[in-house]
Ligand binder design. Structure first.
Ligand code: ADP
Ligand code: MG
Length: 416
């Protein structure tokens, strides 16, 4: 087939009228639905907390905790959209600024987007963070407004860079005379408290909300509402919907996961040219999503962690499925020599192994050796083929996929 023909097929699939989807965009992560079932209490509580801004008062700062996919971002955007409409109706001087701290990344860029929000231009780089903050403060004060700042995924910023940004923002009202700031912090990590200075914490958590995970029934309800606007009628079987909900509930009650399963299952059915999504499509979707997750995770590992994975991979190819740390270290050291870098210590390798275990890429199990004490047995938790796919295209690591270290050459020559 010529290349144009291949592309014709690809484009055709995208532009043809879908048999399955009525509106696929409704399944995107950033879509804010018109209704958020099972979050009525949270919507009311957040609404009550920020309502005072409508009469010119500052609302309490609030911090929202909950695992990913529990509806935190959706609820906050939903409430602020409604508040914004009300503010327009009353001509109340209220502004909103939503920042995803994980995506925006640095204090400088967060302050820069706050500046932009109050109409103050700042260059991309070149100023000190303090200077950008001062400009924001001055700009805000002269705008005579109440500004509601949403700091979404603030835990990611704090873990990477500490709590300086929050420290500045929680104190900002002391230096404003004509404007006010209210903060809404959102954290996926329930242990955020441990990372914050007590003064920052007490000021940010004047109010606190926790979003608990959804159960399978709630997820099914959420999915069925969303599928009625995203799928054509009768294209989604009840059993497929139930399976998406059950799988996501078993994960950790993650609505995003449930919606992803639903979307990808629809895409699988569509590629097969069938008009009804059934359980098999959901199972296939689960595999796709997991494959992509692992693929991305492997690609983004640090160099030494990649070498650790390659070492366990190499051992596994030599039929050593459950290796001890010492064996991995031996192979790893040889591979380091091969690429010309200094190996980390065995102790450090041990902590990389633990990290890879918690990411689900390796499995490290402590086993008892009777009176000889205990040892850790480490094996791959993912398919060898996948590791080969990821590393074979990696410039520095590609040739190591077939590398046989000296310490294993004897085993490798053995057909078993
Ligand atoms: P979080 O911010 O807690 O990680 P999100 O608010 O991004 O979670 O929600 C994940 C996805 O699930 C979004 O697409 C959102 O629209 C949807 N969602 C979450 N909760 C509900 C709900 N109660 N009703 C409908 N959709 C929901
Ligand atoms: Mg979110």
């Amino acid at each position: 087939m010529s290349e144009t023909n291949i592309l014709d097929g690809v484009f055709e699939r995208v532009t043809h009228v879908s048999k399955v989807f009525k509106d696929r965009d409704v399944l995107r992560h950033d879509y804010v639905p018109g209704k958020l079932p099972h979050r009525e209490d949270q919507i009311r509580q957040l609404g009550e907390t920020i309502a005072p801004v409508l009469r010119g008062a500052r609302s309490s700062n609030i911090i929202i905790y909950g695992k990913t996919g529990t509806g935190k971002t959706a609820v906050v955007k939903y409430v602020l959209n409604h508040l914004e409409a009300k503010a327009k109706e009353f001509s109340a001087p209220i502004r909103f600024c939503y920042v995803n701290c994980r995506i925006v990344g640095s204090e400088y860029r967060i302050f820069a987007s706050l500046c932009q929000n109050v109409g103050v231009a700042v260059p991309f780089t070149g100023l000190s963070t303090g200077e950008v903050f001062d400009r924001f403060q001055t700009g805000l004060d002269s705008s005579k407004t109440t500004l509601i700042i949403v700091l979404d995924e603030v835990d990611a910023l704090i873990k990477a860079r500490g709590d300086i940004l929050l420290y500045e923002l929680t104190r900002i009202n002391e230096s404003l005379s004509r404007s006010k700031v209210s903060l809404i912090g959102i954290s996926n990590d329930l242990r955020l408290k441990e990372l914050l200075d007590p003064r920052v914490l007490s000021s940010l958590s004047e109010e606190e909300m926790v979003f608990r995970p959804y159960d399978a029934n709630e997820l099914r309800h959420i999915l069925s509402e969303r599928s009625s606007i995203s799928f054509h009628e009768c294209t989604l079987s009840e059993s497929a919907l139930n399976l998406c909900s059950a799988l996501a509930a078993a994960e950790h009650g993650d609505a995003r996961r449930a919606l992803d399963l639903l979307r990808v299952a629809g895409e699988v059915a569509e590629r097969q040219g069938v008009a009804v999504v059934v359980e098999d499509h959901v199972r296939e979707a689960e595999k796709h999503i997991e494959h992509n997750r692992v693929f991305e995770a492997l690609k983004n590992l640090t160099f030494h962690s990649k070498l650790v994975i390659l070492s366990v991979y190499t051992l596994s190819k030599a039929e050593i499925q459950k290796a001890i740390t010492g064996e991995i270290y031996e192979v790893y050291s040889e591979i380091c020599g091969e690429v010309g870098i200094v190996p980390l210590t065995q102790r450090r390798l041990g902590s990389l192994v633990n990290e890879l275990d918690s990411m689900g890429l390796l499995n490290a199990k402590v086993t008892s050796m009777g009176r000889y004490g205990r040892t850790k047995r480490i094996k791959l938790e993912i398919a060898r083929g996948l590791i080969k796919d990821v590393f074979a295209n990696d410039g520095r690591l590609g040739r190591l996929v077939d590398y046989v270290p000296n310490c294993l050459s004897k085993c490798a020559n053995n057909p078993h």
